[in-house]
Design a binder for this molecule. Structure first.
Ligand code: SAH
Length: 206
């Protein structure tokens, strides 16, 4: 299938990640009316003016996250639930936070319908993370922040990895890898990307 070929051609090699990308039916997560484009390698609109990320970027960030089967993963920005579905195939447990209740409710239903029972979707502010469920082995943020949110760095366990887009809302953002060790946090800048902004607080509109 062309979808998988594109991911391989663009350099995704991790077998577990490729298997997860192959497993999850992206057409269940794209917005109404976009079904024919489900397997094109591009971001597509979903409700609340948000987007489902480009498959290559989902695969790339997931590969960089280096998820192991025993890991507990925190995702910020549930959106369609697609990234959470992919993570559910790789991790023991996924907690995903979305600021729009409408998106969180829709994603929760889809993930349950697809049998991805190890994902918990919550409505809330991702800048606060989920302190009552911390520490996390892995954290992935799928909206662009101007800098690494301190609460998320705090909730990363020792030996943990966080992958997130960092940069101005209207300029060039980069995927950044943050690793936490006993000596502190280390940062590494990866590829340039374009994400919707990470906005403070739970959305007031639905
Ligand atoms: N991972 C998603 C990508 C959705 S786009 C997917 O696979 O479809 C990013 C999402 O982040 C949007 O739905 C947006 O509402 C959400 N978001 C932005 N700021 C947030 C915050 N502070 N807390 C939680 N979610 C946030």
């Amino acid at each position: 299938m062309e979808f998988m070929l594109t991911l391989r051609q663009r350099g995704i090699t991790d077998k577990a990640v490729l298997r997860a990308m192959d497993d999850v039916r992206r057409e269940h997560y794209v917005g109404d009316g976009f079904t024919p484009e489900s397997y094109a390698d591009r971001a597509l609109p979903i409700a609340c003016g948000q987007t489902i990320s480009q498959p290559y970027v989902v695969a790339y960030m997931t590969e960089q996250l280096d998820v192991k089967p025993h890991h507990r993963v925190l995702e910020i920005g549930t959106g369609s639930g697609y990234q959470a579905a992919v993570l559910s195939r790789l991790a023991r447990e996924v907690v995903s936070i979305e600021r729009y209740r409408t998106l969180a409710d829709a994603a929760r239903k889809k993930l349950a319908a697809d049998g991805y029972g190890n994902v918990e979707v919550m409505t809330g502010d991702g800048f606060a993370g989920a302190p009552d469920k911390a520490p996390f082995d892995r954290i992935i943020v799928t909206a662009a922040a101007e800098d690494v949110p301190p609460a998320l760095a705090e909730q990363l366990g020792e030996g943990g990895v966080m992958i997130l887009p960092v940069g101005p809302h209207d300029g060039v953002q980069h995927i950044v890898r943050v690793t936490k060790s006993e000596t502190g946090l280390a940062r590494e800048k990866l590829i340039p990307v374009r994400f919707v902004p990470m906005l403070p607080g739970q959305a007031r509109e639905l």
